[in-house]
Ligand binder design. Structure first.
Ligand SMILES: O=C(O)Cc1cc(O)ccc1O
Ligand SMILES: [Fe+2]
Length: 456
């Protein structure tokens, strides 16, 4: 496997070398990349010559309208053994299992309120990334390209001659247990707990296990692509830095055997049989491609003297809407960090929010919920539903001596959207749904005393 000579990112050369860059990846966010698995496969200076080296076909994959402004225009050119159109016969609708797509208003008896689930155990049955995808919430409408879905993915079996693409949105996959290998049209991405992988809408891939059964949280973005947030007065550095995003170098399969291509389109699942592997892209260039990111590379910026800033300072990626500052999705993390604020209630404040908040915990302890919110579990604080630290966290944070404290070994995250999130029937009927969640605030005491003044 060799990358394009001009990029310098050739995987064999990097193998075994102590380098910031992992073998097989190119660094940067939203770059115009170019990479070839066979030297000379990329046409030079043009996209579509009359004939292409090695008898390859040229194909454009557009992630934005052709006419999108330069800053949001996304497309890649793929040089492949056969064009994708040869990768499909007639599509047949197949059982979509527990996959749901917004708008989805399933009849559930679930009462309005704050919700939390214990981790759902990885099932014993054989599940691929496709059959093991279980939708927890949906928001907005995939047809109008607004909103999102939050899913759990259980993977107990690698996909062999099965491949998949999602026409309804892009996937942001947050590994929680076990490593996953995404073999995509663009190359191979391997990642595990603490890392994320983003697969843009329409990109064909299959998922393999690396070290045993895996569980992941997945955000499906129906809207415009996830991008880096503007840093404003923070300046040119910190938070998620572009160089830490890794896109794979080209890698292809030249496999002539019957394969099954699954397609999620319009909220339904379809399948078509093809005669060969669709991962036959020998070279590609462009800025529309999958990538991975290690969340531990996130450089947090926070309160240096007093008060608790809004969690938007921990935004890793954002999918903007047409309204400035009102995201279709913000992907926010709560990583290791020092707490140093003086005379401050340090955990999240009590709040009610226009945006709805789906949270998960990859590992460690979340400071607002030391009990009950455990790795692999998840919670939903929907539009305008009040929430905040549980009684135990409130009493502790209100009375503890405020020296510098490091929150270590922790990684919580939030999928935050401007839309209300509708809970699926699957999620509403899970035995892991915690009936007693709201009791965590029941013990909050009345401390009010008109004569009590805190010392200045
Ligand atoms: O609800 C939560 O736990 C997430 C959250 C964290 C925080 O520091 C401030 C606001 C917020 O919604
Ligand atoms: Fe919140």
């Amino acid at each position: 496997m060799t990358a394009h000579p001009t990029t310098g990112f050739t995987s064999p050369e990097l193998q075994g070398r102590e380098t910031a860059l992992k073998p097989g990846y190119m660094s940067g966010f939203g770059n115009s990349f170019e990479t070839e698995a066979l030297e000379g496969a990329l046409p030079v200076g043009m996209n579509s010559p009359q004939k292409i080296n090695f008898g390859l076909y040229a194909e454009q994959l557009s992630g934005s309208p052709f006419t999108a402004p330069q800053a949001t225009n996304q497309r890649s050119w793929l040089y492949r053994i056969r064009p994708s159109v040869k990768h499909s016969h007639r599509y047949a609708k197949v059982d979509k299992g527990f996959m749901r797509t917004g708008p989805c208003r399933e009849d559930t008896d679930v009462a309005l309120g704050q919700m939390r689930w214990s981790p759902v155990a990885i099932p014993d049955e054989a599940l691929t990334f496709v059959t093991g995808l279980r939708t927890i919430t949906t928001a907005g409408d995939s047809d109008t390209q607004v909103g999102m879905a939050a899913h759990l993915a259980f993977v107990t079996r690698s996909m062999g001659n099965e491949y998949f693409f999602n026409a309804d949105g892009e996937y942001l996959v947050v590994a929680q247990e076990g490593h996953l290998r995404f073999r995509t049209e663009f190359g191979v991405i391997e990642f595990g707990p603490g890392e994320i992988c983003v697969v843009p809408r329409g990109v064909i891939f299959k998922v393999e296990l690396v070290d045993g059964p895996a569980r992941a949280y997945v955000c499906e973005n129906y809207g415009g692509q996830l991008t880096l947030p503007d840093r404003g007065p923070i300046g040119a550095n910190c938070l998620a830095n572009p160089r830490d995003f890794l896109t794979p170098v080209a890698a292809y399969e030249d496999v002539e055997e019957e394969s099954f291509l699954y397609v999620k389109w319009g909220g339904e699942l379809f399948m078509t049989k093809i005669e060969q592997s669709p991962l036959d892209v020998v070279a590609w260039h462009g800025n529309y491609a999958p990538y991975k990111y290690d969340l531990r590379r996130f450089a947090p910026v926070g309160a240096l003297l007093f008060d608790h800033p809004d969690p938007s300072i921990f935004t890793v990626l954002t999918a903007p809407s047409e309204t400035p500052g009102t995201a279709n999705i913000d992907f926010v993390i709560f990583p290791d960090r020092w707490m140093v604020a003086e005379n401050t209630f340090r955990p999240p404040w009590y709040h009610r929010n226009l945006m709805s908040e789906f949270m998960g915990l990859v590992y460690g302890v979340y400071d607002a919920k030391p009990e009950g919110f455990v790795p692999g579990g998840f919670s939903l604080h929907n539009q305008m539903m009040p929430h905040g630290p549980d009684m135990q966290a409130f009493e502790h944070a209100s009375n503890v001596d405020l020296g510098p404290v490091k929150l270590s070994g922790t990684m919580a995250f939030m999928f935050e959207t401007r839309f209300p999130q509708r809970v699926t029937k699957y999620a509403a009927t899970l035995p892991e749904l915690q009936d007693s969640y709201i009791d965590c605030w029941q013990g909050l005491k009345k401390h009010f005393d008109p004569n009590r003044r805190e010392p200045k």
